[in-house]
Design a protein around this ligand. Structure first.
Ligand SMILES: [Fe+2]
Length: 229
């Protein structure tokens, strides 16, 4: 699998292009901004962008969808239905976060309404990208419609803002729920297996084993639940 990471916004979000080396089929996970840079990588490497695959609809993950879709209009745009309200209200998201209207342009946070979604993720679906197979798992808590993409054959998971190296996603934004997030991680992400490499939405890569055994949000929970191993 080709994995290229782009840090495109002031939020240090990890945008990624994933591609099947054999077929050159590709997706872009969470284009935060900088569509020109992403498009150049896709074109220089002779990749065929089949979809913009969104883990959730916070502004730092979808701010580049409009521009990228203008360059690759054939690419599908896929998001879980429970994040559609956030998606179509992208222009208002910075204001909801408390950023003054007068500062939006200077911060690169002045957005148009993003293009219409092609379809919604279904929990448990297997999504093919050439020879790659991603299992889509609905993991609410950070955002209501958050999904993760797990390539179990290649032992990699793209966790968005559910799980970070040493931390977890914030749950204070609209639709966030701490208990739900902990349950998503412990019931859906950790069971994928200790050896999986975790590609997170912000910060460095990690592994499930490292987070299961050292992430303070998870070790504390497992002790209280009697699950600590
Ligand atoms: Fe987020």
């Amino acid at each position: 699998m080709i994995i290229e990471t782009f840090i495109t916004t002031i939020f240090q979000q990890n945008t990624r292009v994933l591609a099947c080396e054999d077929t050159r089929r590709a997706v872009c996970i969470d284009p935060g901004a900088a569509a020109d840079t992403i498009a150049e990588f896709i074109n220089v490497n002779n990749l065929n962008l089949q979809a913009i695959t969104l883990t959730h609809a916070h502004l730092d993950h979808i701010g580049g969808v409009s521009d990228l879709h203008k360059i690759f209009p054939q690419a599908e745009i896929i998001l879980h239905k429970d994040d559609e309200v956030l998606y179509y209200n992208l222009p208002a998201q910075p204001l909801l976060m408390g950023i003054p209207r007068g500062e939006l342009k200077a911060l690169g946070l002045e957005y148009e309404t993003p293009p219409t979604l092609t379809r919604n993720w279904r929990d448990g679906e297997i999504y093919a990208v050439g020879n790659l197979r991603f299992k889509i798992l609905h993991c609410p808590g950070h955002a209501p419609g958050h999904v993760i993409l797990a390539e179990e054959n290649l032992r990699k998971v793209f966790s968005g803002d559910c799980l970070f190296a040493g931390s977890i996603g914030r749950t204070d934004l609209p639709g966030g729920d701490y208990e739900q997030l902990i349950n998503s991680i412990t019931d859906k992400i950790l069971p994928l297996g200790d050896d999986l490499i975790v590609y997170t939405g912000h910060g460095e890569d990690t592994t499930i084993e490292r987070e299961r055994t050292t992430n303070p949000f998870l070790t504390g929970y497992q002790i209280t639940q009697g699950k600590f191993a």
